[in-house]
Design a protein around this ligand. Structure first.
Ligand code: EPU
Length: 342
């Protein structure tokens, strides 16, 4: 287990910002994770756990602690019946490789989450979702290193308290658990309508009427390539803002004042506002603020075109949040997690 020093966080995150991490190491097994964590804790060195670095932003000051990247591999079928296959996946696996393997096995449940950057272990943290699927729908349980008890624990789906782009791992228990594996139960049924609006529109446009997991994967990959920047080419953290959730009374007022506003009913009186629409309506789309470019394909995504620092990113973010708040009285939130400036 090598421990490196002074590694620039801009080289570890797809947003390509951030000063040096004092220490950096990779854990390839739960045992290595345990050893590295305990060693750091004994020496009073704070630890921040990283997957692919595609949904985090780092500060210019860097991190005066240990950045621990999880590289634990694994892809194992642990149950199989007439209707479904259950697979245990190492947290360090590349998420899109997992989707590809599941699709090759003709399993359904994650094919619409194709071409999302990042690792399998990071996916539950923000309850990754796209084109009508989210990981909460197929995740049975996960294993995690509990940094309080220094043991590996199993958490069931309900324990994770999943909701839109949220879980205990970025909420009440942030920093406590390090996910080491996830277990997904995938269906042997073919994908079927109703599909997410833009996916259905793609099928209509291409006269696709027979749906397999591969067909959905190909369609989603094409839609994403068209709308979302490739983080390897244009630095970003995917959607930089979450879609805002509002109550029905607020939705009524918004609809009256802005009849074109886009929103989706979530049940129990909550609406998900298409925040990309809000940002676009304010003229930000295609603009560059403080070196951060508001993506033409989807205004939720900020691309680091020439930002010199986290301060530039924060200035762009705050300008957008402020204008949305002043115009719509809606508070929109940043989606990527922050590596604390320590
Ligand atoms: N829209 C606009 N303007 C925009 C962006 C969106 O008017 O600039 C409208 C669209 O026309 C559509 C609605 O908003 O009516 C929803 O748009 P879209 O389907 O593109 O999805 P989104 O809500 O903007 C979310 C996820 C994406 C995910 C897509 C598809 C969040 C924060 N983002 O975006 O996730 O790919 O749905 O399911 O929930 C990511 O997290 O990095 C990410 C890309």
């Amino acid at each position: 287990m090598d421990i490196h020093t002074n590694i620039p966080l801009k080289s570890l995150t797809t947003m390509k910002l951030g000063g040096p991490a004092k220490y950096f190491a990779e854990a390839h097994t739960p045992q290595e994770l345990h050893d590295l964590y305990l060693d750091a804790q004994t020496k009073n060195v704070p630890v921040f756990v990283l997957g692919g670095g595609s949904n985090v932003v780092a500060h210019d000051e860097g991190y005066q602690g240990l950045i621990l990247r999880i590289k634990i591999p694994g892809f194992e079928v642990i149950a199989d019946d007439l209707n479904s296959t259950t697979i245990k996946i190492g947290a360090g696996e590349i998420w899109d490789d997992v989707v590809k393997r599941a699709v090759d096995m003709r399993l359904s449940g994650i094919e619409a989450m194709s071409a999302i950057p990042g690792t399998a272990g990071a996916a539950p943290v923000q309850n990754v979702g796209a084109y009508g699927q989210e990981i909460a729908e197929t995740l049975i349980s996960l294993e995690a290193y509990d940094t309080q008890t220094h043991s590996i624990v199993t958490l069931q789906n309900a324990d994770c308290e999943f909701s839109y782009r949220h879980s205990i791992f970025r909420g009440s228990q942030q920093g406590r658990y390090v996910i080491t594996s996830i277990t997904l139960q995938l269906s042997k049924n073919l994908p079927a309508a109703p599909f997410y609006d833009s996916l259905q529109a793609y099928f209509d446009e291409h006269a696709i009427t027979v749906f397999t997991q591969q067909v959905v994967r190909d369609a989603v990959s094409a839609i994403r390539a068209d709308k979302l920047p490739d983080p390897k080419v244009r630095p970003s953290a995917g959607s930089f803002f979450k879609n805002a959730l509002v109550e029905s009374w607020q939705m009524d007022g918004l609809r009256q004042a802005h009849p074109d506003i886009k929103a989706y009913e979530m049940g129990n009186g909550t609406y998900k506002l298409a925040t990309g629409w809000l940002i676009e309506s304010l003229g930000f789309k295609g603009q560059t603020l403080h070196g951060m470019h508001v993506n033409e394909g989807n205004a939720l995504v900020l691309i680091n075109e020439s930002a010199a620092s986290y301060a530039d990113l924060a200035a762009a973010r705050d300008e957008i949040i402020g204008k949305v708040r002043d115009t719509y009285q809606v508070l929109i939130e940043q989606e990527p997690l922050e590596i604390p400036a320590l």
